[in-house]
Design a protein around this ligand. Structure first.
Ligand code: BGC
Length: 469
């Protein structure tokens, strides 16, 4: 009998007190403070929902929803202000210990993410993810976390969405650290993130797995993609490249070959040749002397938000950049509703198709959907019926993937428990199941209608799948 997926919500907890209690600054603190104009209305993450001081309020929300699991992200620079283990912030350590203890005491299993976009600024000053040394530094941070919390934490994510860190942070420059080096830095950053992940997984495997018995993975974000015209070979080939440059970039090394997808490497090399770059100078090669990547994911961690129909790109060949390497353009089908932010076309059955693709391509892994959600912009709507409908639909699609397609889905995490600081969109975009009033110092949390319904949906679904599967 297959176990039912756990339905749970997650939120990010790096917020508040960007500089209190010995916390070191992160690249997002710097990005907001120095590059304020890049974030919506110059907002910052200095105080967001203040989970640092209001954790017990969060716990109340978690219990109100009846969650079985909760995904949270640690702030590296809250634990290690300079990024290295020489200097530990004892108050930060105490804080996360309390959070984890409270969850376990409430029968809620924590899934802990070690890195969620916010590199300690001290490490950025030494080259950040572009520097080869970062892999070993990340590994020692990961070991510190396994050692400190691994007796209670059994589900680990090393890195959240390396694609977003690489592309938005180092190609487009619209996320911290705001680097704009098209066609170069993103590949190097992605490479070093993978190297760091592999080291951390091997450390866990050798030093902690036997006594702690947990699982470790990397959260990969991907759209579902299908050809704009299914009969067109060009659209089909473009779709293959689209998926290779997002999902494949990080999943192939872990699940298939230990290396990047062949179609990704060859597309980059063709473009490099045209532009006069040496072979291998943009997308690095993995060294045989380093810990191997293949097999370094104990489950597939998927962040899914949206879908695209794909055709060949319109980018001119002479341009250096990821877009031109990928040569694929994703368009939103006019029948798909767009919620809040422009990129978020709501396509629940895209999740089912993507899950099936993952099953077939990556040898039927156990899958956790580690993020998925629906946003609101503009005037707050506490009676958010559309989001209610969305959660009904998405849970249905997961049930179908499980029952009809035989995908080994182990869990689902809605994004997000609370409205939060939504990166470059600041507070203008709300993903929470609970509304947070950011204009008041107490940051009151109030369940949206979707929060109340979500609690009902997951409890009904949990009992149904237990009976039927
Ligand atoms: C990130 C979240 C973010 C969400 C919605 C994901 O890329 O992991 O931190 O809030 O998408 O944009």
């Amino acid at each position: 009998m297959r176990r039912a997926p756990y339905s749970s919500a997650s939120t990010l907890m790096f917020d508040r007190g960007w500089n209190v209690d010995d916390k070191g600054p992160s690249i997002w603190d710097t990005f907001c403070h120095e590059g304020g104009r890049l974030v919506f209305e110059g907002q910052s993450g200095d105080v967001t929902c203040n989970s640092y001081e209001l954790w017990e309020e969060d716990l109340r929300c978690i219990r109100q929803l009846g969650l079985t699991h909760y995904r949270l992200s640690l702030s590296w620079s809250r634990l290690l202000p300079e990024g290295i283990t020489r200097h530990v912030n004892q108050k930060g350590l105490r804080y996360y210990n309390k959070v984890i203890n409270d969850l376990v005491a409430s029968d809620v299993l924590p899934m802990v993410t070690l890195y969620h976009f916010d590199l300690p600024q001290a490490l950025q000053d030494q080259g950040g993810w572009k520097s080869p040394e970062i892999a070993a530094i990340f590994d020692s941070y990961a070991r510190f976390c396994f050692e400190s919390f691994g007796d209670r934490v059994k589900l680990w994510i090393t890195l959240n969405e390396p694609y977003v860190c690489a592309k938005l942070g180092h190609e487009d420059g619209i996320f911290a650290p705001g680097v704009k080096e098209p066609g170069m830095a993103a590949y190097l950053v992605g490479h070093n993130m993978l190297r760091g992940h592999a080291r951390a997984w091997h450390s866990y495997n050798v030093l902690y797995r036997a006594k702690q018995g947990g699982s470790v993975s990397l959260a990969i974000n991907s759209d579902w993609a299908e050809p704009l015209d299914p009969a067109s070979p060009d659209d089909t080939a473009a779709t293959e490249r689209y998926l290779a440059f997002t999902l494949g970039w990080f999943a192939w090394p872990l699940f298939v070959t230990g290396d990047y997808p062949e179609v990704m490497r060859s597309s980059i090399e063709v473009r490099s040749k045209e532009l006069g770059y040496q072979e291998g100078s943009r997308l690095p090669r993995f060294s045989k002397d380093e810990p191997s990547l293949l097999g370094t994911a104990d489950f597939f961690a998927l962040n899914y938000y949206t879908s695209r129909r794909v055709k060949p790109g319109e980018c001119c060949p002479g341009v250096l950049g990821l877009k031109s390497d990928q040569d694929a353009e994703g368009v939103v089908d006019p029948s798909w509703p767009v919620c809040g932010v422009s990129w978020l076309a709501v396509v629940p059955d895209g999740l089912r198709k993507l899950l099936k693709y993952i099953k077939d391509t990556f040898n039927n892994p156990a899958v956790y959907i580690t993020e998925n959600g629906f946003s609101q912009v503009g005037p707050v709507d506490m009676e958010d019926v559309q989001r209610c409908g969305f959660y009904h639909d998405i849970i249905q699609e997961i049930a179908r993937a499980l029952r009809e397609d035989g995908v080994d889905v182990r869990g689902y995490f809605a994004w997000s428990l609370l409205d939060n600081f939504e990166w470059a969109d600041g507070f203008s975009v709300r993903f929470g199941l609970f509304h947070v009033d950011f204009s008041r110092p107490e940051r009151p949390r109030t369940a949206y209608r979707s929060g109340r319904e979500y609690a009902g949906i997951i409890s009904k679904y949990r009992s149904q799948t237990m009976v039927n599967i």
